[in-house]
Design a protein around this ligand. Structure first.
Ligand code: GDP
Ligand code: IMO
Ligand code: MG
Length: 427
């Protein structure tokens, strides 16, 4: 296997981890490159469920190296907790997990600010995961963030935290009327974590270049999805990183010439957690049926996911932005239970403005869009248990081929259930 990126094509939770898990078997190194513990990546192995937040999903294979790249915002407490939970399940990581020294740290005060913003009636509620992601990336961009390397330079650390807390405390005090953060407390927190993660910290960019030179296969595990991208998503209802292809390069130091495959992960219908426009959302019994059949509850927060029909205009946009070389379609088994299936092929804006077939990059406009659907017949029986595409019911194949024709990208992997064995390969 060559160097491959796995990228969410919708609003996250597309089933990326399931595909990463399958492809990890043939990879040597699995890399997270953006986002943080807002991710909830589920793998079902022999009936046992594993949920990863910061640790790359490839950790399930004992011989694979896992990397957390410079583009990730890292909550050390969360990481250490995740490592010890995995150890309890017999998965040992410390000598095969590498963390970029340039990754920014998510502190407890970032989480405090995240939840203060979400509950402040004067602020715009996004419906975040409350993992401190937005505030940590804000500090990074404002150039007042703290990186892992800073933990090992006490003077730099103190100076950086002093500057940071000066601004942070003004906001905490004046806007949110909460107790100020004490420098000493944060410094002692840093002392505690520094020694516990030190052996894992390194120049991960250099490490990846070396491994690529030696002929190893690298699998890049995207978090979130294209429509949550800070630049290409539904601003401001999105996350604070670039889950799209550009984030892979800025988040690792690997260059575009070193990547061979970009696989987009798309669910056979659409879901979203948190607020923001969602033209094909079904706020009715059909939406509830999708949620129940697909068990659509957040892997990180447990929140019920909003559900709707597959939006092909949005998927075509994701193909364009990321340059997917192929698609893995997940959760098609969930549609087994539907007599009629709808796919959105464009939008009606208003009577005067008529319809468009292109996904509008202006999210305010997206919020005004009504979906235009094509109706497709459901299928008899189930796709579950199929080991070959030919075993799929005819209408399931028609559904897949309709999608391919519309988005001009081949669907080469089809996931037919949560277990790692439930996969059909086409090309
Ligand atoms: P990720 O964040 O993209 O990795 O996806 P999540 O783990 O948040 O959510 C996907 C959910 O769907 C998980 O509970 C998976 O176990 C489950 N899942 C993945 N693929 C399939 C599939 O093909 N069929 C069904 N029924 N469930 C799936
Ligand atoms: P995975 O990797 C689905 C959503 C949140 C919220 C918005 C901003 O499991 O696909 P944040 O905490 O990032 O500031 O929240 O983004 N969100 C996700 N939705 N899957 C995810 O990750 C998500 N990570 C963030 O629900 O709407
Ligand atoms: Mg998820």
């Amino acid at each position: 296997m060559r160097n491959t990126a796995i990228i969410g094509a919708q609003w996250g939770d597309e089933g990326k981890a399931k595909i990463v898990d399958i492809l990890s078997r043939d990879a040597d190194v699995i890399v997270r490159y953006q986002g943080g513990a807002n991710a909830g990546h589920t793998v079902v192995k022999d009936g046992v469920k594993f949920i990863f937040h910061l640790v790359p999903t490839g950790a399930l294979y004992p011989d694979k190296t896992c990397v957390i790249g410079n583009g990730v915002v890292l909550d050390p407490e969360q990481l250490l907790e995740e490592i010890s939970c995995l150890e309890e399940k017999g998965i040992f990581l410390k000598d095969r997990l590498k963390i970029s020294g340039n990754a920014h740290i998510v502190f407890p005060f970032h989480k405090l600010l995240d939840s203060a913003m979400e509950t402040d009636s004067a602020a715009q509620k996004i419906g975040t995961t409350l993992r401190g992601i937005g505030p940590a990336y804000t500090d990074k961009m404002r150039r007042i963030g703290v990186r892992i390397y800073d933990l090992y330079h006490p003077d730099v650390l103190k100076e950086r935290l002093e500057t940071n807390l000066k601004y942070k405390n003004a906001i905490i005090r004046e806007i949110f009327h909460k107790k100020e953060i004490l420098l000493e407390e944060i410094l002692s927190y840093c002392m505690k974590i520094a020694s516990r993660i030190e052996s894992m910290v390194c120049d991960t960019g250099n490490f990846l270049h070396q491994r690529i030179r030696e002929g190893d296969s690298i699998l890049f595990e995207g978090a979130q999805g294209t429509l949550l991208d800070i630049d290409f998503g539904t601003y401001p209802y999105l996350t604070s990183s670039n889950p799209t292809i550009g984030g892979l390069f800025s988040g690792t130091g690997v260059n575009p010439g070193q990547l061979d495959e970009i696989i987009g992960i798309a669910k056979a219908y659409q879901t979203r957690v948190g607020d923001g426009p969602f033209p094909t959302e079904l706020i009715d019994e059909t939406g509830d049926k999708l949620r129940q059949s697909g068990n659509e509850y957040g892997a990180t927060t447990g929140r019920p996911r909003r559900c709707g029909w597959l939006d092909l205009a949005a998927l075509r946009y994701a193909v364009k932005i990321n340059g997917f070389t192929r698609i893995a379609l997940t959760k098609i088994d969930v549609l087994d239970k539907f007599d009629t299936i709808y796919i959105c092929t464009g939008y009606q804006i208003s009577e005067e403005e008529g319809s468009i077939s292109r996904y509008p990059e202006d999210s305010t406009r997206l919020a005004q869009c009504q979906p235009i659907y094509k109706e497709l017949p459901g299928w008899e029986g189930t796709v579950r248990g199929a080991t070959d595409y030919k075993e799929f019911p005819k209408n399931a194949r028609r559904f897949i081929e309709k999608i391919e024709n519309f988005i001009h990208c081949q669907i080469s992997l089809i996931s037919t259930g949560p277990d790692r064995t439930e996969i059909v390969r086409r090309y």
